[in-house]
Design a binder for this molecule. Structure first.
Ligand code: ATP
Length: 473
C-alpha cells in the first residue's frame, strides 16, 4: 500500500525556489499584492482581465541568468487547468498571489491525485479546492459534477458564495456559453425548491450539508453518477460527528473512488498518518492519496498573540468586560460553551444569553451585540451573520458553531469566555482571527480561566506549540 505525506518542501514544483534558496522575505515570500520589479510575465498570460492582471502581464521579468521563471501568480499555477473567465474573476476578487497552501497543493490537485489538504486556519483552502473544482467541471454538461460537503449551513452559504462569485461570467460571454450553476443544499433550506431545480436542470456544483444531501440521495432526487470531484471540508469534524455513517455511505456506496477525485480539507487532521492509511483501506480515497501538510511545525497562524487571564469563577462577566474596555476591539468574537442538557432541562437560561444581557447593560462599545448558537432557528442565525458581515464593527457571542470554517476577516480579537474542550477546538476558535493571508497585523486570542484550568491551557500550549502570556486585569 502506497501512502505518502508530503511536506511543503517536497511539494514545491520544480520551478519554485527551494527553501535553501534565499527567500524573498524572512516571514513570507509574498508580502504585498502590488506587483514588484521581481514579477515577470510570460506568453501564457495574455488575456483581457483585470487591471491587476494587465499590470502583471506588462511587468518585465528579472530573473537570475539561466534560471527558470518562477510561478509567482495563481494564474500561472492554474493557467492550463482553470478556465480563463474563472481566473479573471479570481483576480477581480483580489486573489492574485497564491498563499502557501495554494502554491503547494494546486499542482498536486491538478495532477488528479486524491488529497488530504492540511493547512492552517485562514490559509485559503477554500479557494484551493474551488480552483480544482473549476478545473474539472464542464458547464455545458447538465449534471452534478462536483460535490462539496460542509458541516454547517453557515459554512455552506459562505462556500457557495465564493463558488458563485468565481463562476460568474460577463454578460456578453454568457450568451456564448452559460456559467456553472452552484446549488446550496443545506440544512434549513427549501428542499421542495431544490427538488424542482434538480429535476429541471441539475446544477454543476452542489455545496451540501450531509443531512440534506442524504435526504435527497435516499429519495433519488440527486444523482451522483457524473460526479468527478468530491470535497469534504472540515473532514476531521465530519468524521467525529453523529453523521459519520452517512458520510461513510456517501464515500463508498453513493459514489466510487474510481470515477471521482476526492479531497479532504481541514486545519486539523489528528493522527494524520493513521487517517491517510484508513482512507485508503476503507476505499474513501485511491491508493496513491497524498497528505499535503503545509507548515506542520506551526499549526496556528504566527500573527496570533495568545493571552490568558485568571479570575474567580463568579467574576467571568466582569473580567470579560474589563478586557473589552481595555482592548476596545473593533471586531471580536466571544466563544461560550454549549449549554448542557441538564441545565436546559432545569430551565436555566443559556450562559450566552446571560452574557449578552450583561454586556448590553454594562458595555457601550457596540450598538448591537449579536448571538449565534445551535438552538437559534436558521433565519435568526443567518440574520446574526449577515449583520456581522455588513457592519465594520461587531461583537459576536457564539458557541463553537462559529468555530469551524467561518470567514470573518475583520475579526481582530477572540475571547474564550469558556475554555474550549480540546486543543483542536482551541485551534479552530483562535483561527477565526488572523484571516488575512498577506497581513502581518497581530490579532489576539484571550482565554478567561479559573486557576485550576491553567493546566488545561498548558496542555493546549504543548499540543499546539504556542505560548500564552498571562494578563493581569
Ligand atoms: N490568494 C489569496 N489572496 C488573498 N486572499 C486570499 C487568498 N486565498 C484566500 N484568501 C482569503 O483568505 C481568507 C481565508 O481563506 P479560507 O476561508 O479559504 O481559509 P481556510 O484555509 O479554509 O480556513 P479554515 O481552516 O479556518 O476554514 C478568506 O478571506 C479568503 O478570501
Amino acid at each position: 500500500m502506497a501512502t505518502a505525506t508530503l511536506s511543503a518542501t517536497q511539494l514545491l514544483p520544480l520551478s519554485l525556489p527551494k527553501p535553501s534558496q534565499k527567500p524573498r522575505h524572512a516571514n513570507f515570500p509574498f508580502q504585498s499584492l502590488n506587483p514588484s520589479p521581481r514579477l515577470f510575465s510570460s506568453n501564457g498570460f495574455v488575456s483581457n482581465c483585470s487591471p491587476i492582471q494587465a499590470l502583471l502581464n506588462s511587468t518585465p521579468i528579472t530573473t537570475e541568468a539561466g534560471s527558470e521563471p518562477e510561478p509567482f501568480t495563481l494564474r500561472q499555477i492554474c493557467q492550463s487547468h482553470v478556465p480563463d473567465h474563472v481566473l479573471c474573476r479570481m483576480e477581480e476578487l483580489g486573489f492574485v498571489v497564491p498563499t502557501p497552501v495554494q502554491r503547494q497543493a494546486l499542482p498536486t490537485l491538478f495532477s488528479g491525485r486524491d488529497c488530504i489538504l492540511h493547512a492552517q486556519t485562514g490559509s485559503g483552502k477554500t479557494l484551493t479546492y474551488l480552483l480544482l473544482v473549476f478545473s474539472i467541471v464542464n458547464a455545458r454538461r447538465s449534471a452534478v459534477q462536483a460535490l462539496i460537503v460542509v458541516p454547517t449551513r453557515e459554512l455552506g452559504m459562505q462556500v457557495t458564495k465564493v463558488a458563485r462569485m468565481l463562476a460568474t461570467k460577463p454578460k456578453e460571454d454568457e450568451l456564448e456559453q452559460k456559467s456553472c450553476t452552484v446549488m446550496a443544499l443545506l440544512d434549513g433550506g427549501m428542499l421542495m425548491r431544490h427538488k424542482s431545480w434538480l429535476k429541471a436542470e441539475p446544477p454543476t456544483i452542489v455545496v451540501a450539508t450531509i443531512g440534506s444531501l442524504c435526504q435527497m440521495l435516499e429519495k433519488h432526487m440527486i444523482k451522483l453518477e457524473a460526479m468527478r470531484v468530491l470535497v469534504i471540508d472540515e473532514v476531521d469534524f465530519m468524521f467525529s460527528s453523529k453523521q459519520v455513517s452517512s458520510l461513510r455511505k456517501l464515500l463508498t456506496s453513493y459514489s466510487s473512488i474510481n470515477t471521482r477525485q476526492t479531497v479532504f480539507a481541514s486545519a486539523s487532521i489528528p493522527q494524520h498518518k493513521i487517517f491517510l492509511d484508513k482512507c485508503i483501506q476503507q476505499k474513501w480515497t485511491k491508493n496513491d492519496a497524498i497528505h499535503v501538510h503545509v507548515n506542520p511545525v506551526e499549526p496556528m497562524p504566527s500573527c496570533l498573540h495568545h493571552r490568558f487571564v485568571i479570575c474567580l469563577k463568579n467574576r467571568r462577566h466582569e473580567t470579560l468586560l474589563s478586557l473589552l474596555q481595555s482592548d476596545a476591539p473593533q471586531s471580536a468574537i466571544v466563544f461560550v460553551g454549549e449549554q448542557s442538557e441538564k441545565s436546559k432541562k432545569a430551565g436555566n437560561a443559556p450562559s450566552a444569553t446571560l452574557l449578552i444581557n450583561f454586556l448590553k447593560a454594562s458595555y457601550e462599545g457596540y450598538s448591537d451585540i449579536l448571538l449565534l448558537e445551535e438552538d437559534m432557528n436558521f433565519n435568526s442565525r443567518a440574520a446574526s451573520l449577515s449583520e456581522v458581515r455588513q457592519g465594520g464593527s461587531y461583537l459576536l457571542v457564539s458557541t463553537d458553531l462559529a468555530a469551524r470554517g467561518l470567514d470573518l476577516p475583520e475579526t481582530t480579537h477572540i475571547y474564550n469566555y469558556d475554555l474550549p474542550r480540546t486543543a483542536i477546538d482551541y485551534l479552530h476558535r483562535a483561527g477565526r482571527t488572523g484571516r488575512k493571508p498577506f497581513s502581518d497585523k497581530k490579532c489576539s486570542v484571550t482565554s478567561i480561566i479559573i486557576s485550576k484550568e491553567r493546566f488545561v491551557l498548558e496542555k493546549y500550549e504543548n499540543e499546539l506549540m504556542f505560548n500564552c502570556e498571562e494578563l493581569i486585569v
